[in-house]
Design a protein around this ligand. Structure first.
Ligand code: ADP
Length: 158
């Protein structure tokens, strides 16, 4: 069974994220969408944020008829969550060179740090999908900003 964790802040979960899940389901038997807390995001970023539980509930509603997608929240390292879920893969999306450099460093760290508790085989493989050009400009932060000014963002949300 090929299980991938798709970790992110998903604040909110956009049509860009949904496209990564859709394409990921062609590669993996199961995808665990894991809503986490990003330590690099500041309090200002979080100002308009939905709570983690609200995000999990909203994403779970989108996939209520897709048994191959599970939605969880987590507050540990992604490698530990992956070990817990029996996942050997991390799924991520790449929109730009900036994303690429960030993802490359994350992938290297996630490949070399062992999980806190012994898993069968350590070393997570990261699979990066290139963003569809139709969605590559969409980011959760831009959607949050538009929402904060009362704009309609439904076309960015699945
Ligand atoms: P994080 O805070 O971990 O970067 P995000 O929720 O912003 O979490 O993003 C989760 C993953 O989805 C990241 O790999 C990001 O590059 C990817 N992603 C975000 N927006 C898009 C998009 N529009 N198209 C494809 N991938 C995307």
């Amino acid at each position: 069974m090929r299980i991938a964790v798709f970790p992110g802040s998903f604040d909110p979960f956009t049509i860009g994220h949904a496209d990564i899940v859709r394409r990921g389901l062609q590669l993996f038997d199961r995808i665990v969408v894991a809503v986490g807390f990003n330590a690099q995001k500041t309090a200002a970023d979080e100002r308009h944020a939905a709570s983690v539980d609200e995000r999990v509930a909203a994403i779970a509603r989108i996939y209520k008829d897709e048994p191959r997608v599970k939605v969880v929240s987590y507050s540990c390292l992604t490698v530990d969550l992956a070990a817990q879920e029996g996942a050997h893969f991390l799924l991520r999306g790449v929109r730009s060179v900036k994303d690429f450099e960030y993802e490359r460093d994350l992938a290297a760290v996630n490949a070399e740090i062992p999980p806190a508790f012994p898993a069968e085989d350590a070393g997570l493989e990261t699979v990066l999908l290139i963003a569809d050009p139709r969605y590559a400009h969409i980011s959760s932060s831009v959607v949050r900003e538009l929402q904060a000014y009362g704009r309609d963002v439904t076309s960015y949300l699945p």
